[in-house]
Design a protein around this ligand. Structure first.
Ligand code: PLP
Length: 423
């Protein structure tokens, strides 16, 4: 067989460059992580060849006995990880898990309440450009503009007024604990389904570092590739809701919204869940939070505003609305210095989501490669150096960028992405 570099040199080169980028840049995108070598290897297995429409023991194709083992292991491990009695591991991604929840539990045209995308929600929670916003009547809730915290009293007021069929908890950019009990009580007051999309914090929840929504939510979805550190994918979980409810969820995934499951990815999910059940995973998640707090402290000492005043999880939003540059420009300048972040709207952002007045940063990836508090404080300092320099002249920014880039590469090479921490 031909080596990739002989068969397809362009693609081989792209992979090599991406490996170098991941190695030499600090990855601060809060939704990214480095999957383990075993998780990656499992996706390269012969399971990729198998069609297995249906569920273990009830497939539409023959020859599924071995992929059944993989899917059963993934389900059992996932239930153990989150102490629940229902798990579906087939959604191809977070968006597919969310589509299945909508299909199973609501009808098009129903009123659904979700967190505003511009204030920390996700596209699939009702953004007009997404199927959720197009097919449902969405009533958004958001943050108190003074505190940057979720305004539960306002959420309750809106819910009582609009009586949604479903209330969505969960977020892509909120750095504080969510009060799941309060949200369930709001949902109960209007007889709504309470669904939590814990994609961002699933790893923290598994490790006991973030409040677990499962005792409160009727249904929980997640991605598997963020803090949970598995392959790219989605999951659906529930506890104590009964078989009829679970059947609705299963059939909303298949045949409702998907065809054949990705068995190589499901097997890789099983590996990731086994990894997450180990004590080392708890230590890792604790460090993720400690690192985020350390970065927030440096940013604040250097005069940068963190939305809500700090973080309780793996991420934070830096509010740049008082600075003479946009979130988009900050993102680009940092990327130039090998610090990868993403532009993000801040509460009451006057700029469009393509420009924004903030950036979002997170610690899951750099904690995986072994960075502790000292290294995270260093990175936060460099990030501030670049942002400070953006308010000066081009020459100053170029000089700072060159220095920071060199320091970033030196630090990153001390912590290889697939070094001892990931063995
Ligand atoms: N839900 C939340 C809260 C997310 O942050 C994301 C991704 O960023 C998703 C769902 C979608 O996941 P995916 O990109 O796997 O479709």
């Amino acid at each position: 067989s031909l080596a990739l570099s002989d068969f397809d040199p362009e693609l081989a080169d792209a992979v090599k460059q991406e490996e170098r980028r991941q190695q030499d840049h600090v990855e601060l995108i809060a939704s990214e992580n480095y999957a383990s070598p075993l998780v990656m290897a499992m996706q390269n297995s012969v399971f990729t060849n198998k069609y297995a429409e249906g569920y273990p023991g009830k497939r539409y194709y023959s020859g599924c006995e071995h992929v059944d083992v993989a899917e059963r292991l993934a389900i059992e491990r996932l239930k153990r990880l989150f102490d629940c009695d229902y798990a579906n591991v087939q959604p191809h991604a977070g968006a597919q898990a969310n589509a299945a929840v909508f299909l199973a539990l609501t009808n098009p045209g129903d009123t659904v309440m979700g967190m505003n995308l511009a204030q920390g929600g996700h596209l699939t929670h009702g953004n007009p450009s997404n199927f959720s916003g197009r097919l449902y009547k969405i009533v958004p809730y958001g943050l108190n503009p003074e505190t940057g915290l979720i305004d539960y009293d306002e959420m309750e007021r809106i819910a009582l007024e609009t009586r949604p069929k479903m209330l969505i908890g969960g977020f892509s950019a909120y750095s504080r604990y969510k009060d799941w009990a309060r949200m369930r009580s709001i949902a109960d007051k209007v007889s709504a389904i309470f669904w939590v999309d814990m994609a961002h914090v699933a790893g923290l929840v598994a490790a006991g570092e973030y409040p677990n929504p499962l005792p409160y939510a009727h249904v929980v979805t997640s991605t598997t590739h963020k803090t949970l550190r598995g392959p790219r994918g989605g999951i659906i979980l529930a506890k104590g809701q009964g078989d009829d409810f679970y059947k609705k969820l299963d059939s909303a995934v298949f045949p409702g919204t998907q065809g054949g499951p990705l068995m190589h990815v499901i097997a890789a999910k099983a590996i990731a869940f086994k990894e997450a059940l180990r004590p080392e995973f708890k230590t890792y998640q604790r460090q993720v939070v400690a690192n985020a707090r350390a970065m927030a402290a440096v940013l604040q000492q250097r005069g940068y505003k963190i939305v809500s005043g700090g973080t309780d999880n793996h991420l934070m939003l830096i509010d740049l609305s008082a600075r003479p540059y946009t979130g988009k420009e900050a993102d680009a300048a940092l990327a130039d210095a090998y610090i990868t972040t993403n532009k993000n709207s801040v509460p009451n952002d006057p700029r469009s989501p393509f420009v924004t007045s903030g950036i979002r940063i997170g610690t899951p990836a750099l904690t995986t490669r072994g960075f502790g508090i000292v290294e995270c404080e260093q990175v936060a300092g460099w990030l501030c150096d670049v942002l400070d320099a953006m308010a000066t002249g081009v020459d100053e920014l170029t000089a700072v960028r060159d220095r920071v880039r060199e320091e970033v590469v030196t630090l990153c090479r001390r912590y290889p992405v697939y070094g001892p921490c990931m063995c």
